[in-house]
Design a protein around this ligand. Structure first.
Ligand code: ADP
Length: 262
């Protein structure tokens, strides 16, 4: 292919010339690079809160020792940083679990409509603090799909949480249900639609990469780990579903997941 790189080795064949071996190393090298990037990212993400924690421990031992209000303030920041590490480790474990699983077909049928209702119920308090409304439209009634309930709940929670977080205060989040055919049969389509600021087109193909963020500062401020969409992508693949992202700058975004109905 156009991007292929080859490792060439020359083996002399005694007075008969030489044999040339071409080995395509592109993929192996890319994998190696991705692994190194991942380790570097994880280290950086863990080190940032850890450095803050160590700094505050130092301060509490010294200058802030006899200053009760300052102590309380620093402890609150330390708690936030520790929670950040906790979320990161939780998401890393989730990701490694879904990455290592094969694309087995879940045998249990779960009702997608009730998973959506409970995901919304979980996120309602967060939405209320942002003045964001959440509503559902489209197909009414139960929607049985073969799926792992916990994993699909995680997909829905990640997408709806992002729509609330990045959708902008006072906006609305709509979850629209419809049917869409997949190559192997019928599927249920879930669109998570927000009225936020949207995403520049050049970022869209990279959003499902681990730790990829459009605005790192903003994501961290909102408690993001940068792993949410990577987890979504893996879970959807594992269910033989499809995922798409569409966005219009200034209008909002639509994150679509289609899951097989059988
Ligand atoms: P994070 O933990 O940072 O939210 P995700 O993997 O869930 O990580 O999302 C990756 C990035 O994609 C986010 O940091 C944000 O920049 C962007 N993003 C995700 N969802 C939305 C959305 N609904 N609107 C705008 N940007 C979004």
């Amino acid at each position: 292919s156009q991007d292929a790189a080859y490792r060439v080795s020359v083996a002399p064949l005694g007075g008969l010339g030489a044999a040339l071996t071409f080995v395509d190393v592109t993929e192996a090298e890319q994998m190696g690079q991705m692994r190194r990037d991942f380790v570097a990212n994880v280290s950086h993400e863990l080190r940032t809160p850890l450095t803050a924690l160590l700094g505050f421990i130092e301060t509490l031992r010294g200058a802030a020792r006899d200053d009760a209000p300052a102590r309380d303030r620093f402890l609150a920041i330390m708690e936030r940083e520790a929670e950040r590490m906790n979320r990161l480790i939780r998401d890393l474990l989730h990701l490694s679990r879904v990455e290592s699983q094969e694309r087995v077909r879940p045998t249990d049928r779960v009702d997608l409509a009730s998973l959506i209702s409970s995901a919304i119920a979980t996120l309602r308090p967060l939405a209320q603090t942002q003045g964001v409304t959440i509503e559902t439209t489209g197909i009414d009634g139960p929607l049985p799909v073969p799926a792992d309930a916990d994993q699909i709940t995680q997909v829905l929670t990640n997408l709806i949480e992002n729509a609330v977080k990045y959708g902008g205060a006072g906006g609305s989040v709509t979850i629209r249900l419809s049917r869409e055919a997949l190559p192997r049969g019928p599927g249920i389509r879930v669109d998570v639609i927000d009225t936020g600021e949207g995403i520049d087109p050049q970022h869209i193909p990279r959003l499902t990469e681990r730790f990829y963020r459009v605005d790192g500062h903003r994501s961290r401020e909102k408690g993001g780990t940068g792993l949410g969409l990577a987890i979504v992508k893996h879970i959807v693949n594992r269910h033989r579903g499809r995922m798409r992202i569409e966005s219009e700058k200034g209008q909002g975004s639509v994150f679509t997941v289609v899951l097989p109905e059988s």
